[in-house]
Design a protein around this ligand. Structure first.
Ligand code: LCS
Length: 394
């Protein structure tokens, strides 16, 4: 079905699904490592790119390709490449676009391993990096060097919930001849479309909202142009971090309900954030749907909703946060996010434990920060669970 002029929710259900000879309404799982050629000439033509068609599943597979086309349509991109994990997507972007001698400017409060990979590993290959508060446009401008090739923004950021002005940063990047990459995991394409705001590439940990059911790990990179798409795809094929067809099938299945899930989660998140903000034992709450959030107005302009992620700290700091995490029953005490189940976690000792303490503080990730990913359960049950857990705090 041609969904080019369809609405977002129609694209979610129908975009990229190939016609099936048996009329299957969902994309079947093509569980094969390789695809037979009719003759030697066809094999040669496919390898040379003279003829379209599948060759080998690391290079491309119909089930994975259906998901890729769907996500590209959702992000208004030229094309998408699916990976075995979100970190597969991050590492593919770094390796495809950066060379020795290059410099990258990135959000300080980015997902821990996205920063660790750069600072601990790509630094060995001569790539320099500056991690700054990308909500401060002056700071971004001052951090750009003549050799800056990439500006890498996570917005909203994990877990500090910083919101970066993507349109303004795209202009700064392009004035320097650099590319803007946006990690759109926290928003999902339902709430934010960075390519429409001037970004060159978008990436997701598919593990989160896109799949939404906490049962797979995956990643995807969406490119705005054919040239960038080819660079990303080529690097992924060489690195070998392709998404397998089973994984792609599950993601396609979960993705169809993205709008419904995110709508429900963010309605509840707004209520939970307001409730936490009014709670006498809570020191502060950072939810982008609250007027108290420093970038609330910016988020209103560049997003169509505020999402399901909340950061907060209790007046008793780390100790009090641990008490709450040890006493929740409904909320799962686990890392990851963006699924139908509510999860609670402690970034300083979990997802961001690999960062130096002073970098964490500079990035707005205090030791007492507790992160919530609000699911689609009954709101009263989520509130009741948090309430009884906070009651345990002295
Ligand atoms: N980007 C963001 C914003 C993320 O939150 C994560 C994972 C990744 C990339 C990497 O994706 P993965 O390879 O795990 O699919 N974030 C996690 C988190 O906050 N808790 O557990 C994983």
């Amino acid at each position: 079905m041609d969904t080019r002029n369809s609405g977002f929710d129609t694209k979610l259900v129908h975009a990229g699904i190939p016609e099936d000879p048996y009329g299957s309404v969902v994309t079947p799982i093509y569980q094969t490592s390789t695809f037979a050629f009719k003759n030697a000439q066809e094999g040669a033509d496919r390898f040379a790119g003279r003829e379209a068609g599948y060759i080998y599943t690391r290079i491309g597979n119909p089930t994975t390709n259906a998901l890729e086309q769907n996500v590209a349509a959702l992000e208004n991109g030229f094309g998408a490449t699916a990976m075995s994990s979100g970190m597969g997507a991050v590492s593919t972007v770094y390796l495809a676009l950066l060379s020795s001698g290059d410099h990258i400017v990135s959000t300080g409060s980015v997902y821990g391993p996205s920063r660790g990979l750069m600072e601990k590993h790509l630094s060995r290959f001569g790539v320099a990096s500056s991690y700054v508060d990308t909500t401060d446009l002056d700071l971004v401008r001052r951090s750009i060097r003549p050799n800056t090739r990439l500006i890498y923004v996570e917005s909203p950021s994990n877990p500090a919930m910083h919101v970066t002005d993507l349109k303004a940063v795209a202009e700064l990047a392009h004035a320097q001849g650099a590319l803007l990459v946006v990690d759109n995991t926290f928003a999902s394409p339902y709430l934010q479309k960075p390519l429409d705001l001037g970004a060159d590439l978008v990436l997701h940990s598919v593990t989160k909202f896109i799949n939404g059911h906490a049962d797979i790990i995956g990643g995807v990179v969406i490119a705005g142009t054919a040239e960038l798409h080819a660079k990303i795809r080529n690097m992924m094929v060489n690195l070998g971090c392709n998404m397998d067809p089973h994984q792609a099938y599950l993601v396609s299945r979960g993705l169809k309900t993205l709008s419904l899930r995110v709508q429900r989660s963010q309605e509840s998140a707004q209520k939970v954030a307001e409730w936490l903000e009014a709670h006498p034992k809570v020191a502060w709450v950072r939810y982008i749907g609250l007027p108290s959030h420093p970038q609330h107005e910016l988020a209103r302009r560049q997003m169509t909703g505020f999402g399901a992620m909340i950061a907060f700290e209790l007046k008793g700091g780390l100790e009090a946060g641990r008490t709450v995490m040890d006493h929740v029953h409904l909320a799962g005490l686990a890392v990851s996010l963006g699924g139908v189940e509510t999860l609670i976690s402690h970034p300083a000792s979990m997802t961001h434990a690999g960062m130096a303490g002073e970098d964490r503080v500079a990035a707005g990730i205090s030791d007492g920060l507790v992160r919530l990913s609000i699911g689609i359960e009954t709101l009263e049950d989520i509130l009741q669970d948090l309430s009884q857990a906070i009651d345990h705090v002295a």
